[in-house]
Design a protein. Structure first.
Length: 377
């Protein structure tokens, strides 16, 4: 069995691929031109590459945004139902052309008559491009490095015919449990074209948390805020998908001043109501809080700052109080955060934005560290 896991493909030349409508080009490694099929209903192009193994490497190009954690959860369904799973492993998180990519592998036992071997090795990777998400997978023992070469090359060579407008700010951070990558967080700041002076702040956080050797918790939180000209929150939309199920879908609207109304589904319960913030101007956005922290770090030996932050997965009916503080004698860019009974340590950059968050929980060390930044918040 060990010999099977050590199998790799030989030389794999690049094979050019062009979208049928000319909207993108890509290169995929393989020993022959790939097989191309199109599903117009699902708006996906399938690119199957032969690498010399029994099964090809399957890659897909989607048109429009894709929910990453939910897609990975569906991909786990490729393991035959009832088959014992030995391990599900978050393999890596990489960055290609400013887009994070999540990598997973699954080791399972299979019926020799059905699978041709007494085990299975499903490898998958998904690139969270906003315009055209990319997915690759291979279900055969071994060929791990070969799959990595094919998928990484596919992600890195992808070129849309028309580039999206330049972002004001892009930040990608990788999440770790101890030193194992378990996800990423992507934050983007853009202008709202329909409203002069307003901005859109979007964060997407994907989590691949091992629960046990054979179980993985997959979750994706997406938050979209519309910020007014002073960077206070005018509108928010929140969704959470956990293990393939939509568990949160909520909208937040500022009515006037510091009065907000919310409505939506939270863990199967319909929530609707309103609240007022202590701050008469409303909820401060993440970029605004960062600006405040940077100013305080530059002008104060030590400080304590209370902020109201809306976390509907915790409580959709009211904002949570978060205290940011810095002690005299702390590292120059260290900010501590108190949320309930927990404390997190954060290193911030020259704009006050997070570069490295760290906390301990039940004896385990968790962190989220910056991998890429473009622009200024």
């Amino acid at each position: 069995m060990e010999v099977l896991y050590e199998r790799e493909a030989g030389e794999l030349p690049g094979q050019p691929v062009r979208a049928p409508d000319g909207r993108w080009t890509v290169s995929i490694l393989g020993i022959a031109p790939p097989e191309i099929t199109i599903d117009e209903d699902e708006r996906v192009v399938f690119v199957d590459s032969v690498i010399g193994s029994r099964t090809p490497v399957y890659c897909q190009v989607y048109d429009g945004e894709l929910e990453i954690a939910g897609t990975l959860h569906r991909m786990l369904g490729l393991v035959p139902q009832g088959t014992p799973v030995d391990r599900i492993v978050p393999w890596a998180v990489t960055i290609d052309d400013g887009h994070p990519a999540a990598w997973l592998e699954v080791f399972y036992r299979a019926d020799r008559a059905q699978m041709g071997a007494a085990g299975g090795h499903l490898k998958m990777a998904i690139s969270a491009r906003a315009d055209h998400p990319l997915l690759c997978f291979h279900d055969e023992i071994g060929y791990r490095e070969s799959f990595r070469r094919v998928a990484q090359g596919f992600f890195e060579s992808f070129e849309p015919a028309q580039r999206a407008a330049e972002l004001k700010y892009l930040d990608v951070m990788i999440r770790y449990a101890e030193d194992v990558p378990i996800g990423f967080k992507k934050s983007v700041l853009t202008d709202v074209e329909e409203r002069a002076g307003y901005e859109r702040w979007t964060t997407t956080a994907t989590l691949m948390m091992p629960v046990d050797q054979d179980e993985l918790h997959l979750k994706e939180d997406r938050e979209v805020y519309i910020l007014d000209a002073t960077r206070y929150v005018a509108f928010g939309r929140f969704t959470t998908v956990a293990d393939g199920e939509l568990v949160l879908d909520l909208a937040l609207q500022r009515v006037e001043g510091n009065l907000y109304r919310y409505a939506g589904e939270v863990y199967g319960v319909h929530e609707r109501g309103e609240f007022r913030t202590v701050d008469p101007r409303g909820l401060a956005s993440a970029p605004l809080i960062a600006t405040t922290l940077d100013r305080l770090l530059a002008t104060s030996a030590g400080f304590s700052l209370d902020q109201e932050e809306y976390v509907p997965t915790f409580d959709p009916t009211t904002p949570q109080r978060v205290t940011y503080f810095h002690h005299a004698g702390d590292s120059p860019r260290l900010v501590r955060m108190q949320i309930g009974d927990g404390e997190m340590q954060r290193i911030v950059d020259e704009h006050g934005m997070p570069m490295d968050d760290r906390l301990e929980e039940e004896g385990r060390r968790f962190s989220i560290r910056r991998a890429l930044r473009k622009g200024k918040p």
